[in-house]
Design a protein around this ligand. Structure first.
Ligand SMILES: Cc1ncc(COP(=O)(O)O)c(C=O)c1O
Length: 362
């Protein structure tokens, strides 16, 4: 059985290949390479004593900071230990849920449906359509036996996205059929604001937006995510089933600062947008080698390697031997052959990866 390495498996890879984990550049975890701001480091050093107290039970201060960041009502916000906790809580709040998942998709959706004793069906983004959404087909796939629709937007792993305007067509149908539309926006902070659905939460109570501090804020260890919905009954139900204090006081303190650090937010957004354009230009030059890619909307890109030369497995091996960990996508439904994904890191690291690709496929 082939081993599947996920984005966060740096330690597992380090052990397997005998490379010190701190020397590996992770192109697989989709975390921004920008590090933490000096302002954050100074602030958190001063606040470490807050662990002597329990966090606020209802996280009012943190939820107000989230509200200021994403312009949603603070009463509509729930916080949790990473977007993972929110994904799990929303899927599991129904017994045996019937869920339609937009695929290829983040594996945790299916895992949580399985744990909840539910049933997952799939709406597949088609390779021949460049993995773009067809909202007419998606809307037609909705039926009244469904409890939930799970969309990752921008999609991990394809990098394609659905604008909020086009999502509204889907929301209207979900409302008619009483389906909760869960939109996992873990990568939306990197994308153009037209893809951000959070402003629709107030108008469409069937919408449940999920966000994370792990990727854009370069803080996966903080374990902080949040959900936004104007369905107060659903929020209360989820809150009642959640464990109390699942976000530590230190994480809450850190997030309040990070979410208001506009200078840092603009710097990360500026760099990531510039780097996305630059990497795509370099990838364009590799088209003559049979290498193609899906136009990325967030901070990572799905690349198809040519048949006949080195396989995706082979390229994964070649990259890890140079201490670069990419994501081999063979275990995603519909991406079994030839697909890899990597996120944009520092310019010099991206150049090293692209040069290796050029060398291997020339
Ligand atoms: C699409 C998607 N959603 C959620 C998560 C989980 O993120 P968090 O660290 O916020 O739990 C990930 C992590 O890779 C992801 O790719």
């Amino acid at each position: 059985m082939k081993e599947a390495f996920h984005g966060s498996d740096v330690e597992k890879i380090a052990e397997r290949y005998g490379i010190p984990a701190e020397e590996i550049v992770s192109f697989a975890a989709n975390v921004s390479p920008m590090g933490l701001s000096d302002k954050y480091l100074k602030h958190i050093a001063e606040k470490t004593g807050c662990v002597e107290r329990y966090p606020e039970r209802d996280y009012k201060r943190l939820r107000k900071a989230v509200s200021g960041y994403c312009h949603a009502e603070y009463e509509d916000i729930i916080v949790g230990s990473g977007s993972s906790e929110i994904i799990s809580a929303v899927i599991k709040h129904r017994k045996s849920p019937n869920v339609l998942i937009v695929a290829p998709a983040y594996a945790e959706y299916e895992r949580n449906v399985r744990i909840a004793g539910g049933r997952a069906r799939y709406y597949r983004l088609r390779e021949e359509r460049g993995f773009e959404f067809d909202t007419d087909v998606l809307t037609a796939a909705l039926s009244d036996d469904l409890d939930m629709l799970m969309i990752c937007n921008p999609v991990n792993p394809t990098g394609t996205a659905l604008s909020a305007e086009r999502l509204e067509q889907v929301l209207i149908r979900c409302e008619e059929l009483d389906i909760i539309c869960v939109v996992d926006e873990t990568y939306v902070d990197f994308a153009d604001p037209v893809y951000d659905a959070s402003p629709l939460a107030g108008e469409h109570s069937c919408l449940f937006v999920i966000r994370s501090m792990s990727k854009f804020f370069c803080a996966p260890g903080l374990r902080l995510g949040y959900g936004i919905t104007s369905d107060k009954d659903l929020l209360m139900e989820i809150e009642e089933n959640k464990d109390p204090w699942s976000v530590s006081s230190l994480s809450a303190e850190a997030a309040v600062l990070m979410l208001s650090d506009t200078e840092y937010i603009e710097r990360v957004r500026g760099y990531m947008t510039e780097e996305r354009i630059r990497v795509c230009k370099r990838l364009d030059r590799l088209k003559s080698l049979g290498i193609s890619y899906v136009e990325p909307k967030a901070n990572f890109v799905l690349v198809h390697l040519p048949d006949g030369k080195m396989t995706a497995d082979g390229f994964f091996e070649a990259a890890i031997r140079k201490k670069m960990m990419i994501r081999n996508c063979w275990d995603y439904k519909g991406l079994e052959k030839g697909y890899i994904r990597f996120c944009f890191m520092k310019k010099e690291d991206d150049d090293r990866l692209l040069s290796l690709m050029e060398e291997m496929y020339s």
